[in-house]
Design a protein around this ligand. Structure first.
Ligand code: ZN
Length: 142
């Protein structure tokens, strides 16, 4: 386990407009507010979604396109730095109209119907994502 102490900064509360892409909205929000480290929590609804699961053998994402509305039961994510840019990493659990839930890594292509969020900034040194050979993922260098 690798970690370090963290200090809370600003707490920002708001909503994303209907029609915006969920991931793009959080990425531009974090960039425009100079949030380089933090966490995100949100609830709401999507018009359509694209989520993924990381295949731990093939080191690639398996994606699902959900071409119907869904409820965002829970969205959790973090903000850090990758390739010198602010990077948002989001996961969500969604409920579909048939009552079944699906969850995973949030990809571009999640179109917001409504979304209320809380973003907690963390102050301090950047958490930078670097390629990790054991997982194939870009993970925090701590
Ligand atoms: Zn993920």
């Amino acid at each position: 386990m690798k970690y370090r102490d963290a200090i809370y900064g600003r707490c920002l509360v708001g909503r994303i407009e209907k029609g915006e892409d969920l991931l793009d909205a959080f990425s531009s929000f974090a960039r425009s507010n100079q949030i380089r480290l933090g966490f995100i929590t949100a609830i709401g609804a999507l018009q359509e979604a694209r989520i993924a699961l990381y295949d731990q053998q093939k080191f690639e994402y398996i994606t699902w396109d959900i071409k119907e509305e869904s409820e965002i039961d829970n969205l959790t994510g973090n903000i850090s730095v990758k390739d010198g840019e602010v990077f948002c990493h989001l996961h969500a659990t969604l409920t579909k109209p048939d009552g079944h839930t699906i969850g995973g890594h949030v990809c571009r292509g999640c179109v917001v119907f409504a979304c209320e969020f809380i973003v907690q900034e963390i102050i301090g040194e950047d958490f930078v994502r670097i390629p990790d050979k054991d997982t194939g993922l870009s993970l925090w260098q701590i």
